[in-house]
Design a protein around this ligand. Sequence first.
Ligand SMILES: [Zn+2]
Ligand SMILES: [Zn+2]
Length: 201
Amino acid sequence: MLGELLANCYIIADDGSREAMVIDPSAGGEEILKVVGDNNLKVKYIINTHGHVDHIGANAKIKEATKAEVLIHKDDRDLLGSPAKNLAIFWGRMTKSPPADRLLKGEEIIPLGDLKIRVIHTPGHTRGSICLLVENRLFSGDTLLRNTIGRTDLPGASSRILVQSIRERLLPLGDGIRIYPGHEEETTIGQEKRNNPFLQE
Ligand SMILES: [Zn+2]
Ligand SMILES: [Zn+2]
């Protein structure tokens, strides 16, 4: 069913404890649960980088199967339960997520076994967009993508605020940080500093 609603979903797991978190279960809940089962993972968290339908589509299925907590930034909480706000209706769908179990503000450190996941609030694509830093890897949702940035023609979006979020909160993390975006291919902070047309002066 994926088609235009497919975003990148990532599963982060701590080797020792097998604790895991699913970032943006867009769709394809069965496939995600197969990976979880095959690797004997305990999913503690479902984290949405923001509330758009292409990032939350399988929240309900993963939560039902794993009892994981749903985490999202407080400014995107209303998108979870509203097919109008999460844009599902534009694809003729009525997708909803269960409500958040925990609301994020930004700058939390979420422990996952021995891993530490840092939450970075990066408004602009939506008001409650976040990026997640795990060691030298940044999961950037629809904030920063390879050679582009997230759309800003949707409700709650601002291109000025989005570029400011990237400049102030992401670029200082350092050129070597690897970026795993919500769509398309991975990149690095250094590559985006050099090539991203939205970040050139
Ligand atoms: Zn989006
Ligand atoms: Zn997206």
